[in-house]
Design a protein around this ligand. Structure first.
Ligand code: DMJ
Length: 625
């Protein structure tokens, strides 16, 4: 095929007659031979030779044409065999793209294969960790929300819906941990409906992202060839799992959760729901978290899509439509909102707890709907404006080494800046990278000329922040991040300790306060490493993820099953906390597994992950091709 690309004036084939004529009239030859008898003799010899070659070759010229015709199919063959001898003498050979000699090409492909196997074996280690986490839960806490791995019992911190089971199910499906799927599904089929009907108070947000999100993702991923499962790239071996049950349970649960909207006098839902009597009420201080009320839409939208009932979408989207109309500070919003007045409460602006996933869902809901025919461009604009606000008002660099971080404005834009960054903020690098390329690689986005100046700035910020999040792990003695870090900045020296890893070059940049030294097995950093690796294809993100995974293995694994949260990441051995959060199975291990795996498994241009790492398919309009 290559030669076709060289069919330009420079390399066009010429007739033999033209070749001779051109030779005779070439001024260079005329100049050399003028008045020189030896030259005339040589000239005569050349003409005779050329004439012989033409007559000799003309007999097989048609064969040469056959080669030519087939050249389009055989590529190199045309260059090697399909040219006449004259052409070989006269033409410069076409410049082919550089090619590795066969032995070097083999070395490259075998080292690629070695790389694949290397990461495959690391991915398997994550699967083993998941099996270990699940076995602790199953043996000591089956049916409870969470495992307390040290005391080997269960606890219901989320209202008693068996949250670990539902949060873990799609991770088990993605990893091909079929034995775990076959333990989780019967429990869900037999127990969950009764729990939903009889249990008491649950938090609207936590129940939506963990339980509803888990059911919806399991519904999609278990549908086999009936759905768009082939898009997920997961080899499906499950037999006998009835996906419809997940949809039925999702509806039953969401119908009760809707009472949070129905009970509120505004479009902002109350924070808590009582499942058994369909009632709802606000939090004790009367306020809802901004992140909580704006992190329901991916789930409710998808439920409307698959159930055919628009009520879920309609209620959830009214929240974002309402927030659209509220005043903001360069796109940034306070972390509390009143369901009674519908107005923001206070001025505290941060991307950590209570603020985080508001920004995440602006772009993700837009991505989920961008091909659906629904016009949600206002969400994209809100996201873009907010990220400009983040870059302008919240991003600073630490001293002495210049780590880029996102701080807080506890008293609004007129108050002082706080160099505090929750580990929760580490979702942001992934969200920024996703928002910039919309799930395709940076390379493709650049080739297709898709990146705006804002996208490029967001991508750069994403890479800088991902490094900072990784360094929040690397500066501690255990290699695990604290819940909250403070950054040393010019003119502001927060009191606190360093992380304990004296060999880190960033040890003086990051300060850890006594009350913030715990680690809850949170996912945000590995989530961002996963997205950034998919987008940039830079292997360093995998290496960082592996380092973090090894630290989890070393310091949080409990021999009798499960993994535990830590009280202090700066001490060796670290004091332990006796809790395995559901998101360790639902998010942390899932993102690590996907980080080390193939990019066609749950691709980011076909799926959008809810804030609890449950992948939901991007919705396509029935009318689009
Ligand atoms: C998860 O439940 C979700 O990721 C949520 O958005 C934030 N907190 C936890 C994990 O840290």
């Amino acid at each position: 095929m290559q030669d076709i690309h060289y069919d330009n004036a420079k390399f066009r084939r010429r007739s033999p007659l033209k070749v001779i004529t051109q030779a005779l009239v070439t001024s260079h030859i005329r100049y050399c031979c003028r008045g020189c008898s030896t030259g005339n003799f040589l000239m005569l010899l050349m003409i005779l030779g050329l004439t012989y070659l033409i007559t000799h070759k003309s007999s097989d010229h048609s064969a040469s044409n056959i080669h030519l015709n087939s050249a389009a199919n055989v590529g190199h063959k045309y260059v090697k065999e399909g040219v006449s001898i004259i052409d070989k003498i006269w033409r410069k050979p076409p410049r082919l793209p550089p090619q590795l000699p066969p032995d070097e090409a083999q070395i490259v492909s075998s080292s690629l294969e070695e790389q694949r196997l290397h990461w495959f074996s690391r991915k398997q280690k994550v699967k083993e960790a998941f099996v270990h986490a699940w076995s602790g839960y199953k043996n000591h806490a089956m049916g409870y929300d969470e495992l307390m791995p040290l005391s080997q019992r269960g606890t219901d911190g989320l209202g008693g819906l068996g949250a670990t089971i539902v949060d873990s199910l799609d991770t088990a499906i993605i990893m091909g941990a079929d034995e775990i799927v076959y333990e989780a599904v019967p429990w869900i089929e037999k127990q969950l409906v009764e729990r939903i009907e009889k249990k008491g108070q649950v938090n609207l947000f936590e129940t939506t992202i963990r339980v509803l999100g888990g059911l919806l993702s399991a519904y999609h991923l278990s549908r086999g060839d009936k759905g768009t499962i082939s898009d997920s790239g997961i080899p499906m071996t499950l037999k006998g799992v009835k996906s419809e049950i997940f949809l039925e349970l999702a509806k039953t649960l969401a119908d009760r959760l809707l009472s949070a909207f129905a009970s509120s006098p505004t479009s902002i839902p109350f924070s808590d729901v009582v499942l058994h009597d369909h009632s709802a009420h606000p939090a004790p201080d009367g306020l809802s978290s901004t992140a909580e009320v704006s992190t329901l839409q991916l789930e409710f939208n998808y439920l409307s899509e698959i159930s055919g009932d628009p009520k879920y979408r309609s209620k959830a989207m009214k929240v974002l439509e309402h927030i659209r109309s509220l005043p903001k500070v360069e796109g940034l919003v306070p972390i509390h909102i009143s369901p009674h007045s519908g107005q923001f409460n206070g001025e505290n602006i941060r991307l950590g707890s209570r603020g985080d996933s508001y920004y995440e869902y602006l772009i993700k809901v837009w991505i989920q709907q961008k091909n659906s025919g629904n016009q949600l461009n206002y969400l994209y604009q809100m996201y873009e404006e907010a990220m400009r606000g983040v870059r302008h008002l919240l991003v600073r660099k630490s001293i002495p080494k210049g780590l880029v971080f996102v701080g807080e404005l506890p008293h609004g834009s007129n108050g002082s800046f706080s160099p505090k960054m929750d580990h929760l903020v580490c979702f942001l690098p992934g969200t920024l990278a996703l928002g910039a390329t919309k799930g395709i690689t940076k390379k493709k986005a650049i080739e297709r000329n898709l990146l705006t100046p804002d996208d490029l700035e967001n991508l750069k910020l994403a890479e800088d922040l991902a490094k900072t999040c990784f360094e929040m792990y690397a500066i501690t003695s255990t290699g695990l991040a604290p819940e909250i870090a403070y950054f040393h900045i010019e003119g502001d020296s927060e009191g606190g300790l360093d992380g304990g890893n004296k060999s880190s070059e960033y040890i003086d940049d990051i300060i850890i306060k006594h009350n913030d030294r715990h680690n809850l097995l949170r996912p945000e950093t590995v989530e961002s490493l996963f997205v950034l690796h998919r987008v940039t294809e830079d292997p360093k993100y995998r290496e960082w993820g592996w380092q973090i995974f090894e630290a989890f293995e070393k310091y949080t694994k409990v021999d009798s099953g499960g993994y535990t949260s830590l009280d202090d990441v700066t001490l060796i051995p670290p004091p332990r906390r006796d809790k395995m959060e559901t998101f360790f199975l639902g998010e942390t291990l899932k993102y690590l597994y996907l980080l080390f795996g193939d990019e066609n498994v749950v691709p980011l241009d076909k799926f959008v992950f809810n804030t609890e790492a449950h992948p939901l398919p991007i919705i396509w309009s029935k009318y689009s091709a």
